[in-house]
Design a protein around this ligand. Sequence first.
Ligand SMILES: [Zn+2]
Length: 431
Amino acid sequence: MKRKIDPATMHPRYQITEVIHSIYTRGMTTTSGGNVSITDDCGNVWITPSAIDKGSLTPDDIVCVKPDGSVIGKHKPSSELPFHKAIYKIRPDIKAVIHAHPSGLVSFSIVHQIPETAISGLMAAVCRRIAYAEYGLPGSEELSVKIASKFSEGAMSVIMENHGIVLGGANMVDAYQRFEALEFCARAIINAHIIGKPNFLSSIQLQQHNDGHTPEIPESEMPDDTTAIETLRHEMCNIVHRGCRQGLFFGAMGTVSLRLDDDDFLITPENAARWNLLPVDMVRVKDGCCARGLQPDSSAWLHREIFFKNPDTRVIINAQPPNLMAFAVTHRQLDVRTIPESWIFLRDVPSLPFGSQLYPASEIVDVLSDKIPALLVQNDSFIVTGKKLIQAFDRLEVAEFSAQSLIMAESIGKLIPIGNGQIEDLRRTFT
Ligand SMILES: [Zn+2]
């Protein structure tokens, strides 16, 4: 079973339009701000046009700048073309560049700081090296020299002083995953500062994360999908895309698994962009083996253990949304005794130490149960279970909304939780 379309092989016009549409609809650029480009094997640079509405861009609007400087297209290329070209010249490994002014990263840019991405091992691995470039006039040669010099030193992203972010990738999918991860990392750090002090992973912990490899999952031939399994693949895909739209999943982050039978489940793939996953991308893991030629998420072993321990659990989701991550990074308790619905859906949410997500630790498996459907892993993620896809997804949404309310409340007063007696009433009524 193979993917029918590889997004990295689509024509640059379509890749750029898709990405700029995602950036705009997810509130990470304005109508006029930002520009995106791809360079092809002939040295052409395909780039967004200057002064055209980002909310209604079509593939036809994308401009091609030839190596000799001639321009093909019905518009002028972006005014920031000089730094796109300078990056491609100095870094032949970079084939796609994104520049935008998303609010989280602009916050870092205007206080002249670089976000520390070691809020989790995965975030640090995706974001890679970030540098800082001093201010330069937009569109100027001076600005492109300042930016290109940082890329020449090995940076994959550059915070532009009092301006925004520019980053590169081996292709547009790689660049966009890095862009989303960096912006969500920035938002998580800002949120963490509102409620406490962020804890960043040490180099030893990052090494533990990188070395904490999962057990080898052998490949095997899988039985053909029944119509029911095909339907479940579509449902999983829909929920993953919905999670992206809701800001719960981004880049290659966010894992969903769905049990088919006792030791048989579907799980999202490792290191694949979530927003364009197809039903065929969901990896079947049956009797400890995975479908041939596909790579299941690296936490597949953990999901399998959770399914073993909890026969009624059918769905598991891990995610790193920016409000829940603030609690995971500050190690603050997520108190969901905020409104009745939050406590009813989530119950008390334990917080486990970093490392409990690494193979072969079993604390997560020991803690999750019918009575404890959700937990936080410090400097890693939020994990939630359910009997149905929509139930687990709703719990994730409720948790992220609750975390956001707690963060927003911080500036106006102290949380006054629902009292113990009222919680006992809820427990009696809704158990
Ligand atoms: Zn700009």
